[in-house]
Design a protein around this ligand. Sequence first.
Ligand SMILES: *[C@@H]1O[C@H](CO)[C@@H](O)[C@H](O)[C@H]1NC(C)=O
Ligand SMILES: *[C@@H]1O[C@H](CO)[C@@H](O)[C@H](O)[C@H]1NC(C)=O
Ligand SMILES: *[C@@H]1O[C@H](CO)[C@@H](O)[C@H](O)[C@H]1NC(C)=O
Ligand SMILES: *[C@@H]1O[C@H](CO)[C@@H](O)[C@H](O)[C@H]1NC(C)=O
Ligand SMILES: *[C@@H]1O[C@H](CO)[C@@H](O)[C@H](O)[C@H]1NC(C)=O
Length: 777
Amino acid sequence: MEIGWMRNQRQRQVLVFFVLLSLSGVGAELGPYSVVEETERGFFVANLQKDLGLGLTEMSTRGARIISQGHKQYLQLKVQTGDLLINEKLDREELCGSTEPCVLHFQVLMENPLEIFQAELRVKDINDHSPVFTEREMIVKIPENSPLGIAFPLSNALDLDVGSNNVQNYTISPNPHFQVLTHNLSDGRKYPELVLDKELDREEEPEIALTLTALDGGSPPRYGSAQVRIEVVDINDNAPKFGQPLYEVHIAENSPIGSLVVTVSASDLDSGVNGKILYSFFQPSEDISKTLEVNPMTGEIRLKKQVDFETLRSYEVDIKATDGGGLSGKCTLLLQVVDVNDNSPKVTVSALTGPIPENLPEIVVAVFSVSDPDSGDNGKTISFIPDDLPFLLKPSVKNFYTLVTKRALDREERPHYNITITATDLGTPRLKTQHNITVLVSDVNDNAPAFTQTSYTLFVRENNSPALHIGSVSATDRDAGANAQVTYSLLPPQDPHLPLASLVSINADNGQLFALRALDYEALQALEFRVGATDRGSPALSSQALVRVLVLDANDNSPFVLYPLQNGSAPCTELVPRAAEPGYLVSKVVAVDGDSGQNAWLSYQLLKATEPGLFGVWAHNGEVRTARLLSERDAAKHRLVVLVKDNGEPPLSASVTLHVLLVDGFSQPYLPLPEAAADPAQADPLTVYLVIALASVSSLFLFSVLAFVAARLCRRGRAASLGGCSVPEGHFPGHLVDVSGTGTLSQSYQYEVCLMGGSGTSEFKFLKPVIPNLTSQ
Ligand SMILES: *[C@@H]1O[C@H](CO)[C@@H](O)[C@H](O)[C@H]1NC(C)=O
Ligand SMILES: *[C@@H]1O[C@H](CO)[C@@H](O)[C@H](O)[C@H]1NC(C)=O
Ligand SMILES: *[C@@H]1O[C@H](CO)[C@@H](O)[C@H](O)[C@H]1NC(C)=O
Ligand SMILES: *[C@@H]1O[C@H](CO)[C@@H](O)[C@H](O)[C@H]1NC(C)=O
Ligand SMILES: *[C@@H]1O[C@H](CO)[C@@H](O)[C@H](O)[C@H]1NC(C)=O
């Protein structure tokens, strides 16, 4: 701009100069002189006096002077000598700019006479300016892969100097890609042109900085430089490329949705859109689409749903990276699902036998398998059952187990077992599954019925009503079902003659015992038989128990008077001396009762007497004694009726008639029995042998009492002649009732009975049982 302005200035000055010239109408008459610009003041240019051919002083006398255009006086004239000197430094560029040659016109004016001479001064250029680039930095955008030889014009440099001092040549800093050519413009100026020598690759070198130097033709040359920044413009010549061709990733199953699987990354050497990458799955399977999602911008791949190792253990998918120019690259994602112990073992019972019979050794109870879909330790299982059970877990083929019994089972001990099979895996944490199996033990008839008692004792009263329930037996069976159903029965009696079946019966179902007919204590005091209990097993088992039926006595027998005999051929008459003391033992009523116990306790009382008050009867023993002294006045014959009554309820009784004859004589005082005379062999007491034989004829339940009483009244000093009683003499051996072929139970008792006395204190007393074969008297 400034330069342009200066150029305008100069043009104006030159224009003025030419106007003046044309006014004067004269051409250059002096010169041309020349001077190099920037010459110092006082420099000698020419001697005008000599050039004008004037005399020595003529110039001064004629008042010669220099007229210059413009304000500055570049020249001075020494009028004395006529020397033309430089008055002020000349700057060619200021004076002429680019105009060449640079000519300054001036006039030499002389007065007296007026004379004007045209003169020229040429100002010669020196190289005092360096080339200058108006742009300190030039930016050149060149697409990569541009063809070789392509040229890019650059801005030129300016140099105020002219001619060869102006810019002559351009050079560029050494580089492999470019050279610079210098071109001529029509006005002679030169401009640089950048020419591509070697292909550009933006991805390799996106920017190249060069220094452009302009040289002028001075000697030495001056130069100026500018920066040339070459920006290599991208073209989409690179496809996106993944950092690795295969991404192998492990992810734990059950990872939450949204978990980051991996971030894939591709790079594109291109820039801008050409380098902008979008990620996507390449032809994903349906599984992949459901499971994974990729962030197109960041390449983050996340879970869309949970992965399950047991369903799918790995996923493989290609991932595509596409740049804005449509080029793409691929990589492969291999996703391995890592197992997590998320499955408990599964117990599958494949065979379960029904109830197992007791008493059998090792039996297979169940077959089952254990599975765990996890892998590794997570899928390894161990199984066990509680060891306090009589069962054993036996591993069989792969993951199969059999549950067997350890030993024979006893249903009665335990009828069923709840077996908990526990299967755990070896993962962390361990997962476990329990499976319960109930094993029923089925019954085998291995227990006989057992009676609640080994023997039963039942009481009954005799004379019962027929079909009376007399009691029950009971047996239980520890087995089950039919094996425990008990049937009762009467067992055949040991005595084959006992008509058991006609006496008692048993309810087969409940063991109730019934008397089939009325029992007679006097015929059968006790009955012993065995009952059986049998179960319904096969084979059946049975057991037995003893039943003892004790018949209870009822008062069904009246007292029976043994003495005195009532209907003997000679009625018994007791003789009593009139001199007898009070309390004299007249007789003794002896009676028996077929019953027993209280029913057989007899008491005696005097029912009737010819002379009341003369005789008394002892209630307990039936002794008949005198109650007072006898006198002559008392009648000789007396008749007494004695009532014998038992203690039953109601009481039964019998009466007996006694005949007493009073005779004259003395009574012998009663002599107590000496101690030593207690022995019946030495003493001679009133001994009564009483043999009672009781016999019963079982078939008819008839009771008969055959009583043989041998009463030997052996009162000292009194022989049998005293009494007129018809008493069979001699010893009666124990009477044994014939055991006939009809089956007769017999019992025989023989007692030695001693009636001691002679006085009122004597007693009728059982001494001892008599053993028949020892009584040899
Ligand atoms: C320009 O400069 C270059 C390098 O310095 C040189 O090779 C070449 O000859 C020069 N050209 C001219 C016309 O001086
Ligand atoms: C440019 O000019 C120079 C002299 O200034 C000359 O030597 C050269 O041949 C010219 N080049 C062209 C291409 O005209
Ligand atoms: C076995 O399990 C059943 C049902 O759960 C239960 O009724 C029974 O009492 C259990 N038996 C044993 C011996 O635990
Ligand atoms: C198995 O039996 C055990 C013990 O009786 C009980 O605690 C558990 O709940 C049962 N398991 C199943 C699945 O019935
Ligand atoms: C005695 O009389 C009874 C009935 O009064 C009779 O049964 C019995 O046979 C008789 N005894 C004798 C020996 O005559």
